[in-house]
Design a binder for this molecule. Structure first.
Ligand SMILES: [Zn+2]
Length: 222
């Protein structure tokens, strides 16, 4: 008996439709409802190397810039801490075994996009892996801000850095018995299209995984 590997099963179609329905019901969160001193905006990899230049540049990441700049501006107005993670890889990064060479430290690819640099008011947090939460600069940044237990996470990619970091950060607070809120606004995160890595599909599946881990997936932070 032969099997058509190209066919999509009806169960798969139903599952993705159910996920889309669940995500469509997610509410907005008002920034004003979050404690200013206890909240941080974490911007992930909004770099030239994921938007305009290099092997991993994506128009989907580029399209996020206006919404993230708007949110960043609102956070500045409320004196909410802002951390901007930036891939700054070493020349010999083992990550280049999984992904094409990208965002090497000191290159234009590893720079935050100009639109966000213009808003300003952020701490740049370098990273050399897909999970910024395990990197020493972030641990030190967080330890210096012990009141922060609310996080808004935006940027790219939903199914790689955003998924890994939001779940890790939630688990970190859980391990300490500290209640926390990890908020991922759907309109400010995205992933890329590349062959079988279909952006729309990967984006919603990753959001579902994130939501299952206790992270709040919301339609927007307004
Ligand atoms: Zn990287």
């Amino acid at each position: 008996m032969t099997q058509d590997c190209s066919a999509t099963g009806s169960a798969d179609v139903q599952a993705i439709a159910a996920i889309r329905s669940a995500l469509a019901c997610q509410p907005e969160v008002a920034l004003a409802s979050l404690p200013a001193k206890g909240t941080a905006l974490l911007i992930v990899d909004m770099l030239e190397g994921f938007t305009r230049e290099g092997a991993l540049a994506s128009p989907r990441a580029l399209a996020l810039i206006p919404e993230i700049a708007r949110l960043m501006e609102k956070c500045r107005q409320r004196s909410i801490a802002i951390g901007a993670f930036a891939d700054m890889h070493s020349e010999c990064s083992p990550e280049f075994g999984a992904y094409p060479r990208h965002c090497v430290a000191g290159t234009r690819e590893s720079e935050l996009v100009e639109e966000l640099r213009t808003v300003g008011g952020y701490t740049l947090i370098p990273k050399n892996s897909t999970n910024g939460c395990v990197e020493r600069p972030f641990r030190e940044w967080l330890e210096a801000r012990p009141d922060i237990d609310h996080f808004i996470m935006v940027g790219v990619c939903t199914d790689i850095c955003i998924e890994q970091m939001s779940i890790t950060l939630k688990a970190w607070f859980n391990s300490l018995d500290r209640p926390s809120r990890m908020i991922v606004p759907m309109n400010a995160v995205d992933t890329f299209d590349a062959g079988p890595h279909a952006g729309d599909f990967m984006h919603v599946v990753a959001l579902y995984f994130i939501m299952q881990s206790g992270v709040e997936v919301v339609s927007a932070v307004v």
